[in-house]
Design a protein around this ligand. Structure first.
Ligand SMILES: [Zn+2]
Length: 231
């Protein structure tokens, strides 16, 4: 059952008093309740190498020409602190964590970003959105848009077609699963967009989303992801 948001916020407030939030990485009392990780864990996160995303995209069955540039902040390891964070983001009803991590992404020392028209989170299909209650990429996008002082445009890209979970699919299957999943609004035309997602594995979802924006006339699309999955 989906509770009204004021009710779940109230419940969370009560729970936070009884069980103070702990760092999802090391279990220490979190320094800031809006962040899933303590300062120590945040500092010890492994940064993704500069060319890490580009190298991954080169292995896709299509040329990733729709993306002008692509960056990842951290490396995602199975069983690592970020997996606990991802789980809390996806299933734990913690959009505030997403926004706080998005602000960290927005303030990261990326090499120069183009002048942006806005931040476009990769959308979820309606069914999955209803299951989760919110889109974790949109939560990250909210924080990024705030840190970069550009509009959040979560109204530009839609995902009308449900897709299978990508988890057990091969690289080629992942591409055919998502290649035509998105639809863009005509307003995407002419814009310079920053596409945002949480974890990138093969990059097929991001490239499909970027391709849809470019087909709608976007001038440029740059991708920023919270983390690149280690393979
Ligand atoms: Zn910690």
């Amino acid at each position: 059952m989906q509770l009204p948001s004021w009710m779940s916020d109230l419940g969370r407030g009560v729970l936070d008093v009884i069980y103070p939030p702990r760092c999802l990485g090391c279990g220490a009392r979190a320094h800031r309740p809006d962040l899933p990780l303590c300062a120590g864990c945040l500092q010890s996160m492994e940064r993704a190498p500069d060319m890490g995303v580009a190298a991954r995209l080169d292995r896709l069955p299509v040329a990733p020409t729709a993306l002008d540039d692509a960056r990842a902040l951290w490396i995602f390891d199975k069983g690592g602190a970020l997996q606990a964070v991802q789980h809390a983001l996806k299933y734990g009803d913690r959009p505030a964590y997403g926004a706080a991590l998005g602000r960290i992404m927005g303030r990261a020392d990326w090499e120069s970003l183009p002048r942006l028209s806005g931040v476009v989170p990769i959308p979820l299909h309606r069914t999955r959105l209803l299951e989760r209650g919110y889109n974790q990429a949109a939560a990250l996008g909210t924080g990024m848009a705030e840190a970069l002082a550009v509009p959040l445009r979560d109204d530009l890209l839609h995902r009308p077609r449900p897709t299978l979970s990508q988890t057990d699919l091969s690289r080629t299957e992942r591409w055919s699963n998502v290649s035509r999943a998105f639809r863009a609004e005509p307003e995407a035309a002419g814009g310079t967009w920053l596409l945002v997602d949480d974890i990138m594995t093969t990059g097929s979802t991001a490239v499909a989303a970027a391709q849809t924006l470019r087909e709608a006339g976007a001038a440029s699309v740059t991708l920023a992801v919270l983390a690149l999955a280690r393979t």
